[in-house]
Design a protein around this ligand. Structure first.
Ligand code: EPU
Length: 346
């Protein structure tokens, strides 16, 4: 186990915010967690689990011990008649894991290409894009309890997936004993890729790609390429412009609330959900309030997608939070809707 002090985190958060970890432990296996729990200074300290840092806003140096998850590994664990099950170490880069499945000739994760972050963070957020959510392909995961060192495996039901939500985002203290936030460190994640492979092409941007290219029966690699192209065209590459993807969740409202808003705002982008509620495009709401291209200090609203906040160079976490609050206020004042942030403010 390696324990480091005063470690710069600028390259460990996709916003590229300058901050330090007072103490950082690299976790490459469960043995590292056991060693950490036996460590005289580190064991009793509060902990903060860091994956690819694609879903956090750092507002200062991180005081809890940062556990940087670097568990590696990519393998096929089962090749059955109905599905292939693949397993990845939690520290693997998500996009590289998706690319690996495509190179193995395995379809199923192509709609989730180019999402920043690590495999271990993917179930926390229940990442989703272009009509597929992680929960649609999830098989199980192995995790370790940071208080007891006990290892355990969870299936999809136990992960309690919701829209950009899971058991890992809820704290037992706050949410009536439900939740593993701050308690579990994810070691490995398994995904079930069903056979035969079926493309998911309902999303408008993919429909457009089919029309433009004339390709009517794309394979998984073709969809992977399209998803990379679509994302590249409207989402900033965090290696070039710091960001954490969508900053807010798309809010849901009742059909009555939606009708009321449509009466005032006929162009509002909305989608009916299977449970009867209506989902509104948060990017549209923010755009309609005139935020595209605006800034607070060096934190800004991306010019091509108002749902994405960016670091224009040297932004502080405080600037990002101030900008986010100003956006929430103006969307609430105009539409009566409270936007909920996706990233965790640390
Ligand atoms: N829109 C605007 N102005 C904007 C941005 C969007 O009018 O500035 C409109 C678009 O024209 C479109 C609608 O809003 O009609 C939805 O926009 P988009 O298709 O870009 O998708 P989104 O709802 O903004 C969601 C996910 C993304 C995911 C895409 C594709 C959330 C919070 N975001 O974005 O996920 O990639 O759909 O499936 O659910 C992420 O979570 O970090 C993320 C990038």
């Amino acid at each position: 186990m390696i324990v480091e002090s005063n470690v710069p985190l600028q390259h460990h958060n996709t916003f590229g915010i300058v901050a330090k970890a007072r103490t950082l432990v690299r976790v490459r296996s469960q043995e590292d967690v056991h060693a950490m729990l036996a460590h005289p200074e580190v064991a009793a300290e509060p902990k903060f689990v860091l994956g690819g840092g694609s879903n956090i806003v750092l507002t200062g140096d991180v005081k809890p011990v940062v556990l940087k998850v670097e568990v590696a590994g990519k393998r096929i664990v089962e090749d059955g008649a109905k599905a292939v099950v693949v397993e990845f170490g939690a520290g693997e880069n998500w996009h590289e894991a998706v690319t690996w499945t495509i190179e193995q000739g395995l379809g199923g994760l192509e709609n989730l290409a180019l999402i920043p972050g690590t495999v271990g963070a993917s179930p926390v957020q229940n990442i989703g894009a272009y009509g597929v959510e992680l929960q649609d392909r999830f098989e199980s995961l192995d995790a370790i309890d940071l208080q007891t060192g006990r290892e355990f495996t969870l299936d999809a039901a136990q992960c309690a997936f919701g829209y950009r939500d899971s058991v890992f985002k809820h704290s037992p203290a706050r949410d009536s004993d439900f939740g593993l936030a701050g308690r579990a460190l994810i070691l490995r994640v398994r995904m079930r890729l069903p056979k035969p492979w079926k493309p998911v092409l309902g999303y408008i941007d993919l429909q457009r790609k089919m029309t433009e290219s004339g390709v009517k029966t794309p394979d998984a690699r073709q969809i992977y390429d399209w998803v990379c192209a679509v994302r590249g065209a409207k989402l900033p590459d965090p290696r070039v412009i710091g960001n954490a993807g969508s900053f807010f969740k798309n809010p849901t409202v009742t059909p009555e609330q939606c009708q009321d808003i449509i009466a005032r705002e006929p162009n509002i982008v909305h989608y009916p959900m299977p449970d009867g509620t209506m989902k509104l495009a948060a990017g549209w709401l923010i755009d309609a309030c005139g935020w595209k291209g605006k800034s607070v200090g060096q934190a800004g609203v991306y010019e091509k997608q108002a749902l994405v906040l960016v670091n224009r160079g040297g932004a502080t976490g405080g600037e990002v939070v101030t900008l986010a609050r100003a956006i929430q206020t103006s969307v609430y004042e105009r539409f009566g809707i409270r936007l909920e942030p996706e990233p965790v403010v640390v």
